[in-house]
Design a protein around this ligand. Structure first.
Ligand code: NDP
Length: 447
């Protein structure tokens, strides 16, 4: 089956999974030439085996809330592909979670992990449980009930979960604790653990810092300095906050943040002190981003239920909240305001129309699977430290992270440079990632 027939077939089989189809179409359309050129791939139906997950585990999670009421959520783990290493990918807790979203994330993760140069396959999991408004004890009971179902399916050489939206160090700690109790083993089965029990230094910072390192590599191809540039960020969670921290430390001006209620914009750029206040608001007090604008109306404007893109003049955009949060109109507004680089912290934040606009304008555009791979890379380094029972210094982890992001950038340049010199990071990332996984799958036979 050639690529176009394959996509038609996939649309017929999974008509209710738009995010999954969107992610597959983006990758498959950029590797179509290579795939169709080598009949050896289609002889073993490689594309179908690469796009359809190896296995999906679905289960009910029953837990008791603080009022003594029994609540039921759905839990999932999508084990997508383990051709190059154990399944690896985060867990998302958010009311929007469904199989289409987890299948898209697990598919993307397989390609991202291939780019990292480390031995990790792709997976993703999660639940439609929303941590918002839940007490600490409710979160703990939910995490325990979730792992009570999942623990048999994961392990240090089988499948290693981590955090994602709604899952940070607290949730990973609770899940790890229950996993340890069920298995009676202390292994590196989760990453993003606390520093006292096997976590790696720089893991919380890694996705945001890594995205900035990738951006620096991109800017260098055009001889552009980061210092003084205005950067619009969406989100105010783990990825957004550490992206901002690194940008501010390098002299860039961060002009926006958002959360699921709305956005704040500060045209001059938040000062270091203001950023610390936002950091504490979101991490220590689990507050809403609007509270910053309410406390400092002279410094920031709040846009209720809106994303930042049409309200900022920026040089660079780093979407770091969620999928499909930047559409064609947003992209046109950013380009009209002079934005010349987009580096994605979130997974698939730009819609296909937005991506077409960025590529047509020939700006620097890095898809999430390349730009946000720093998080899973340091998770891979956490796995390495756990298996050696060693702990590396922050400097060592940070310097390895920089090397990995530079390596991912080089792979994009190698496979994505057009004849006129324009670097198509989408094609570069997809091609490099595909070739590695495809070679491994071909070598291992039909399994
Ligand atoms: P967090 O839960 O820490 O933060 C998510 C942020 O995005 C919050 O500000 C949240 O707002 C906002 N958000 C979530 N859903 C929506 C929505 N539907 N609409 C608008 N805003 C929303 O998650 P992370 O920072 O870890 O993850 C952010 C993105 O980065 C995700 O796409 C994730 O897959 C990706 N990613 C994360 C990695 C990691 O290491 N954590 C690694 C690679 C990618 P609110 O506070 O209101 O919930």
């Amino acid at each position: 089956m050639n690529v176009s027939a394959f996509l038609d077939d996939l649309r017929m089989r999974f008509p209710n999974e738009p995010e999954y189809l969107q992610a597959v179409e983006e990758v498959v359309s950029s590797i179509a030439d290579i795939y169709d050129r080598y009949p050896a791939f289609s002889n073993v139906n490689l594309l179908e085996r690469l796009c359809i997950p190896d296995r999906i585990i679905a289960f009910r999670v029953s837990w008791v809330n603080d009022k003594g009421r029994v609540c039921n959520n759905m839990g999932y783990r999508v084990q997508h592909n383990n051709a190059i290493g154990p399944y690896k990918g985060g867990i998302r807790f958010h009311s929007s979670v469904n199989l289409s979203i987890l299948k898209f994330l697990a598919f993307e993760q397989t390609f991202k992990n291939s780019l990292t140069t480390l031995a990790m396959g792709g997976a993703k999991g999660g639940s439609d449980f929303s941590p918002r408004g839940k007490s600490d004890m409710e979160i703990m009971r939910f995490c325990q009930a979730f792992v009570n179902e999942l623990w048999r399916q994961i392990g240090p050489d089988t499948d290693v979960p981590a955090g994602d939206i709604g899952v940070g160090a607290r949730e990973v700690g609770y899940m790890f604790g229950w996993y340890k109790k069920m298995t009676r083993e202390f292994t590196g089965t989760f990453t993003g653990k606390g520093l006292d029990f096997g976590g790696s230094l720089i893991r919380p910072e890694a996705t945001g810092y890594g995205n900035v390192y990738f951006l620096l590599n991109m800017l260098a191809t055009r001889g552009i300095e980061l210092a003084g540039k205005k950067v619009a960020i969406s989100g105010s969670g783990n990825v957004a906050l550490y992206t901002a921290e690194k940008l501010i430390s390098l002299g860039a001006k961060v002009v926006s943040f958002s959360d699921s209620d709305g956005s704040i914009v500060c045209p001059d750029g938040f000062t270091e002190e203001e950023f610390r206040e936002i950091f504490d608001l979101k991490t220590l007090y689990r507050g809403r981003i609007r509270e910053f604008a309410e406390a400092h109306p002279e410094r920031a404007t709040y846009y209720n239920r809106e994303r930042p893109w049409r309200h900022v003049a920026c040089d660079i955009a780093m979407p770091s909240a969620t999928q499909n949060e930047l559409d064609g109109d947003d992209a046109r507004a950013l380009l009209a305001a002079g934005c010349f680089a987009v580096s994605e912290g979130a997974n698939m934040p730009s819609t296909p129309e937005a991506i077409r606009e960025f590529r047509k304008a020939r700006i620097l555009y890095a898809p999430g699977k390349a730009a946000n791979a720093g998080g899973v890379s340091v998770s891979g380094l956490e796995m390495a430290q756990n298996s050696q029972k060693l702990k590396w210094t922050a400097e060592e982890v940070d310097s390895r992270l920089k090397e990995i992001m530079a390596d991912i950038h080089s792979q994009c340049v190698q496979h994505g440079t057009d004849e006129d010199g324009y670097i198509d990071y989408v094609r570069g990332a997809n091609t490099a990632a595909f070739l590695k996984v495809a070679r491994a799958m071909m070598a291992q036979g039909v399994v």
